[in-house]
Design a protein around this ligand. Structure first.
Ligand code: PLP
Length: 456
């Protein structure tokens, strides 16, 4: 009863992010009541394994009392402090120092936002300011990668390269450009090295076409998340980073998903030993308990902006930048990561990848890919031709619903791709259940008349 009235209130008043308004009205909301570890419980008392850590954010898992206590204690003592007027609070100062110590190279200066989108937006503002300060204001063109996702503020949505975030919104802007994704599974090039070389060549050609002295920055995700969990070829990130250095273009790593243990190390950039000029994070920073994002800047970026501004204020900031409660949560979450969660995530990630690999023999599985606790299974109706599932199946909702019925939450992308990002705290049995339940979902999907027809 209570659930029914909530469903009705939701339908009438709550606008859901990235949803078909009409579709959502018809389907209604599924209300979640509580969660512990990697398990969430819905309003009817059904337990499900959260194979997607909320929205790839609850990296530490649910229900850590020490995190709750850190937030409560900060709220009791000092729930808010602005960073304006040279003011501050202990927790964000300590957090910035802890993060700078752990980040690659000299990414020593940290600006806190409220999430990933406004972190990305902040980088665009800082980068424009940087080039003005360097006496090159004409460097105002930005390049990102097809299939990429960089948030849904207006500027970030323009860097994003997923049509649903553009259509009807008047983005991308004319100063926002794209190069092709590496998307190994669907790339016509045969070897990983060929893909790396082609991407470098395409970036250089794009810069030449725009004008060598006009490009401000190039954005990448170390693994493309919302585009379908696309893992680049080995050496791709480093090659792109080197190309940017060669062309004097700032290189931005968007680690909003990949940061904080998702792929194994604290930051995915570490895997190829690169240091981006700027790096964005959010999600796992606070493990989703409260909102927060962070922009990391290298010394040279910070110094250039500082010198350029002189005594003037750099006019960028939010009321809730460096929120003390979020910072207190992030400090505690960091302690948990380093107290065993990163280690557990690495072991669980290896088990997840090995488990998902066993699904390759299934008639519907075209590709299995991922790194650590970030993975995808791409479904096809013809393995040779790599034919995507028919649109009539409406993979996004149908596959999600079917997994839900099996007690599993996974992301289901419109193209028929399952995305996995379980909490790093998962036990072996939970990882095994994620894989087993996926196989059941695949078997049931094989029974769909539309799928049977497409297979025939
Ligand atoms: N950048 C990347 C790579 C993301 O995956 C996301 C969100 O999924 C964002 C930016 C935007 O973050 P938020 O949803 O916290 O605004």
């Amino acid at each position: 009863m209570l659930t029914n009235s909530l469903i009705e209130l939701d339908r009438q008043h709550l606008v859901h992010p990235v949803s078909s308004f009409r579709g959502h009205e018809a389907r209604g909301v599924r209300v979640l009541r509580s969660a512990k570890g990697a398990t969430v419980t819905d309003a009817e008392g059904r337990e499900l394994i959260d194979g997607f850590a909320g929205l790839w954010c609850v990296n530490a898992g649910y229900g850590h009392e020490s995190v709750v206590e850190a937030a409560a204690e900060q709220m009791r003592r000092l729930p808010y402090a602005t960073g304006y007027f040279d003011l501050g609070a202990e927790a964000p100062i300590r957090l910035a120092a802890e993060l700078a110590e752990r980040s690659p190279g000299d990414l020593n200066h940290i600006y806190f936002s409220l999430g990933g989108s406004d972190a990305v937006d902040s980088t665009i503002r800082f980068i424009r300011y940087y080039w003005h300060a360097k006496g090159q204001p004409q460097r105002d063109q930005f390049i990102s990668v097809e299939q990429g996702y960089h948030g849904s503020t207006t500027m970030g949505a323009g860097l994003t390269a997923l049509p649903g975030f553009h259509d009807g919104f008047g983005v991308p802007y004319r100063w926002q450009h794209k190069i092709s994704s590496h998307y190994i599974y669907r790339n016509p090039l045969k070897t990983e090295q060929e893909i790396v070389d082609a991407s470098v060549a395409e970036l250089k050609a794009k810069v030449a076409a725009i004008g060598e002295d006009k490009v401000a920055a190039f954005y990448v995700e170390p693994i493309q998340g919302s585009g379908g969990v696309l893992v680049p070829p080995k050496g791709w990130i480093k090659a792109m980073r080197d190309a940017c250095a060669e062309m004097d273009i700032l290189f931005v790593a968007d680690e909003v998903i990949t940061g904080f243990g998702r792929t194994g190390p604290l930051f995915a950039c570490e895997e190829e030993g690169i240091v981006p000029d700027l790096m964005t994070t959010a999600k796992g920073l606070t493990s989703g308990y409260v909102p927060m994002g962070a922009v990391f800047m290298r010394d040279h970026v910070y110094e250039t902006i500082a010198e350029g501004a002189g005594a003037k204020a750099v006019g960028h900031g939010f009321t809730y930048s460096a929120h003390p409660v979020s910072a207190a949560v992030a400090l505690e979450v960091l302690r948990l990561y380093e107290g065993g969660l990163l280690e557990n995530g690495r072991k669980a990630g290896a088990r997840l990848m090995a488990g998902l690999e066993t699904l390759r023999d299934h008639p519907l599985v075209g590709d299995v890919r991922g790194r650590g606790m970030l993975a995808a299974v791409e479904l096809v109706t013809d393995k040779e031709k790599k034919t995507p599932l028919p649109a009539a199946v409406q993979p996004a909702t149908r596959l999600f619903d079917r997994a839900w019925e099996q007690g599993l939450i996974v992301r289901s992308f419109a193209q028929g791709i399952f995305g996995y990002a379980p909490p790093l705290c998962c036990a072996e049995a939970e990882i095994d259940a994620i894989v087993e339940r996926t196989r059941t979902v695949l078997d049931l999907t094989l029974e769909d008349p539309e799928i049977r027809a497409a297979l025939a």
